[in-house]
Write a protein that binds this ligand. Sequence first.
Ligand SMILES: *Cc1c(COP(=O)(O)O)cnc(C)c1O
Length: 227
Amino acid sequence: METIANKWRQVKQRIREAEQAAGRDKGDVLLLAVSKTKPTSDIVALYRLGQRHFAESYVQEAVLKQSALAAFDISWHFIGPIQSNKTKVIARHFSWVHSVDRLKIARRLSDQRPDTLPPLNICLQVNISGEASKSGISLGDLPELIDAVRSLPRLRLRGVMAIPEPEQDFQKQRQPFAQLHQAVNALSGTPLDTFSMGMSADLEAAIAEGATIVRVGTGLFGPRQYP
Ligand SMILES: *Cc1c(COP(=O)(O)O)cnc(C)c1O
């Protein structure tokens, strides 16, 4: 059976090759390890290899892991859907939130971010596939939300996050990432520095189109079993 260490090396290698193919600098793209549903022992295994950024999607599960791993120097990212009654815990327990798609949620995160912590890094989740059922705001509504979030004192707006529809074909995978990158770069104002796009199956396409963070779960830990 393939060890976690081997999987991690393979994903790092895929990222490096994609950076090269896109003419980007080595280390330009941050690997975010998506550890949702996986045990803390898997997180520790990757930590020992040098992995420091981990992402979770479920608040309760994340907080349990964080307290078990309090002695480790980990940056925790929240990437799941956010209900209003969870913002207080998220504001206290994470360094990054990638899944903000409403001003109400952003305001609560800013209000509830403790003064003892640095501002919370924020990505706005954009729905580039245009499906009503999916979370994320439309590209059309993005400029207004960017302006509003920028004015919130305890947040630091970093960029955008997207989860396009699954596609097999590389060129088809690239399209929504390219569309998002172009739309964001066309906005006026201070440029955003973060494109959180690309997962296990499409990280090469995302890196080709300017991803700065790829969020990888299955590629590192194997398939998830939901309880
Ligand atoms: C679960 C999840 C991932 C990881 O997906 P894989 O296909 O397992 O790499 C990435 N991003 C988000 C928002 C997720 O919820």
